[in-house]
Design a protein around this ligand. Sequence first.
Ligand code: X2X
Length: 333
Amino acid sequence: RRKILLTAATTALAAPFIRPGIARAAEFSYKIANNQPLEHPSNVRLQEAVAAILDQTGGSVDIQIFPSNQLGADTDVLGQLRAGGVEFFQLSPIILSTLVPNASINGVGFAFPDYDTVWKAMDGELGAYERGQIENAGLIVMDKIWDNGFRQTTSSTKPITGPADLEGFKIRVPVSPLWTSLYTAFGAAPTSINFAEVYTALQTGIVDGQENPLAIMKVAKLWEVQKYLSMTNHMWDGFWLLGNRRAWAALPEESQQIVADQFNAAADKQRADVMALNAGLRGELESQGFMFNDVDPKPFEDKLREAGFYAEWKNTYGEEAWAILEAAIGRSL
Ligand code: X2X
């Protein structure tokens, strides 16, 4: 491919009647979708990656980014990805579980103590397990998962200081059985709502709270519709970069390698960006009006255990998957 381009360029120079500067149409015009605004590090790093891919494939692979759910809410775009209407999509493994049930295992409540454990697990056996499940479902997945972060809890009515504050609490959760189960175990009233509708749901009072990492609270300007922010760290969440199998197979092997290398390198940079944001945003969010409080995770985890949450999910995921999770976090749940 690159050779052909070189020949075309040489010909253009040698034959001045061929107008220079005419863009050669890309052979592969693909789309990548996600739910985050352009200023989120996911899209900052993705823009660099698609520029490098275009360059390194000699203009052959042109991937356009559709941020902020421009192509639809997450659960709709997952359908488009499977049908081939969109070629690439970044999605939380926990939402992906609506198609690949065991993909959500990293989201088990209070499983991960810190980022070190997360990256060892997700770049190790637990990530490999999830990718295997995703591939079995007929999707392509890049090796490196991108960071969303440890999820924190916001509210318009009261700070969440312990599990009792969650009883009867009307909280938005992303669309996924694991999230619904988690808040049902707390005795809360969870409502499944795609991210695209979260701001409006909070603004109109359909729900009183939601949970997300700090970087998302910032780009979604959630202080405008929420007051309290409790550092519950109840779950780590990321984004798998998924691909449609036919669209992937259509790419020449050399281009596949370029795309995978660029996406995985971008994931590493995005992780560093998002970790820094999640660690450093408290001051900024406080100055926007959020009232922060820290919580002890222990009573929350105890409450989940009492409610049978861990037993239920061990049974749902199965012994093999559960053993991989427990090995990754170095303790039993
Ligand atoms: O929907 C959410 O809350 C978000 C942005 O965190 C996910 O993609 C799971």
